[in-house]
Design a protein around this ligand. Sequence first.
Ligand code: NAD
Ligand code: MG
Length: 408
Amino acid sequence: MKSPAPVDSRRRQSAVRTVSIFGATGSVGTSVADVILQRRGEFEVDVVTARSRVEELAAVARRLGARLAVIDDPSRLDALREALAGSGIEAAAGSAAMIEAASRPVDLVVAAVVGAAGLAPALAAVEAGIDVALANKECLVCAGELFMARAEAAGIRILPVDSEHNAIFQALEAENAQAVETITLTASGGPFRSWPEEAMRRATIADALKHPRWSMGPKITIDSATMMNKGLEVIEAHHLFAVESARLDVLVHPQSVVHGFITYCDGSILAQLGAADMRIPIAHCLGWPSRGAVATPRLDLAAVGSLTFEKPDLQRFPALSLARYALESGSWATNILNAANEVAVDSFLGGEIAFLDIASIVAESLDAAAGSLGGSAIASIDAALVMDAEGRRIAREAIGHRLRIRVG
Ligand code: NAD
Ligand code: MG
């Protein structure tokens, strides 16, 4: 396991920290804004971005006193300008503006876009030498080796926002990185943890969106229901902590109190516990290496009563095994896994395919891609995005095939 770099003196000294938030209107983005507003005076916001919701973007830009708001959809630029009128906040639109915005000099970029769409801006921030607080796990699933290599070359920090990885980051003793035996990520088990397979077959979109513990955006909520989220997180942990698949465990822990733990070679286990509230890991990243106050519900262990842990059921949640298979197969496979999963989740949310079809589509896509792409390396962002596009094409074809069979 890689030893964490020593704390940069820059981070110890700066009084006001400048932050840009990519995906500022989403679930994570909103929690980031909340922490910043709770700790006004500690942070200045430079850039906020969103995909297409101009009103929400303008509102968060005004609330945070941002300098620049960028909307991904270029056709929404005039609407954004109008929504920002009189505020003095600059407006920009489109993917080139997004990259430019990610390269502006700030202390920290929060990567909270959902999906591989966030890879280009996050990588631009890395290459501009800016520390990144990473929620957007798909960046690492799509192009983890490239991403981490560029981060190392630029000498920047990736601070994990994802609650399990943040827990591991907190439990990691810099001087004992070599003494780590295993890393365990916990999973709530999602809404179908105790559903029989037969019932899962008929699960509706509403059933799948009913997460028992966390309130999150729709894509990750569906990923939690299939447990693909935990699979993506195993891949994310592999890249963040340079630990191989065999030493990365997953345990289902329905109370979502223990977010992750490290087992050291002397048998000691160090864990991080907290309420299931993303503002806790977000505050940790924003203030790191210092801890600052944040008003969140405090964990009341007496009220929780008991903590339970169980092995995941790989039969009912095949997405977990698929992710592990992809991790062990190489970058091409995790890239395709991610692309196919994004397409399949969209298709499920669009009412086209059934819940259990999500993992089947991913499996079929991995299978179909193995012949042409198997073993391919990802040496550049263009290569990652070309492969991602191919994964999406293959997955759409698999869905089309399924729909034709159903109609025919
Ligand atoms: P969300 O759907 O609520 O928000 C996504 C944000 O990204 C929005 O601001 C949206 O405008 C923007 N966006 C979406 N597509 C875009 C595109 N093509 N181009 C530019 N911007 C785009 O998602 P979320 O739940 O906040 O999750 C964000 C990321 O954080 C995901 O990678 C997710 O896996 C990860 N994460 C989320 C949580 C959580 O509690 N929500 C926890 C851990 C990790
Ligand atoms: Mg997580």
